[in-house]
Ligand binder design. Structure first.
Ligand code: RTP
Ligand code: MG
Length: 140
């Protein structure tokens, strides 16, 4: 099994409801270590760049305005198979489809306000981590 790093965002709906700790506990209970963390308010430019892959999708503008609607917590998670493990503990994009016990099943309000982001591939994990953290800010 490979040690990996992945990138996570605790989204504005979760920070607004003081769920930063509860979400982080789910991640840690799944065997993921938080090796970098920072609370930030994303600018529109940052959110647009982050979700650039979805620029042509109908939900893009709503997604950008949601992600800039309040503070988020950006994190680097480390662990064995961290990318897949994080996606598993997050649950499906639409909380109605998310397995019981997952973060989105327990905490998400809707497909838009779905509490967490997690990188979907090793390549994107690298790109997303580099967008928010320098190597010396990550302490494994
Ligand atoms: P994320 O990127 O935030 O980790 O979520 P994801 O991989 O599960 O979903 P993705 O397809 O990458 O979509 C990014 C975010 O856009 C919103 N979305 N809305 N209305 C819709 O059909 C729709 N589809 C996606 C979600 O908030 C999703 O997390
Ligand atoms: Mg995604």
């Amino acid at each position: 099994m490979a040690m990996e790093r992945t990138f996570s965002i605790i989204k504005p709906d979760a920070t607004r409801r003081n769920l930063t700790g509860a979400v982080t506990k789910k991640l840690e209970d799944a065997g993921l270590s938080v090796v970098a963390s920072r609370r930030v308010k994303l600018t529109e430019a940052q959110a647009k760049k982050f979700y650039e892959v979805h620029a042509e999708r109908p939900f893009y503008n709503d997604l950008v305005s949601f992600m800039t609607s309040g503070p988020v917590v950006v994190q680097v998670l480390e662990g064995e198979n961290a990318i897949a493990k994080n996606r598993e503990v997050m649950g499906a994009t639409n909380p109605a489809d998310a397995d019981a016990g997952t973060i989105r099943a327990e905490f998400a309000e809707s497909i838009d306000a779905n509490s967490v982001h997690g990188s979907d591939s090793a390549e994107n994990a690298q790109i997303e981590i580099a967008q928010f953290f320098t190597e010396d800010e990550i302490v494994g």
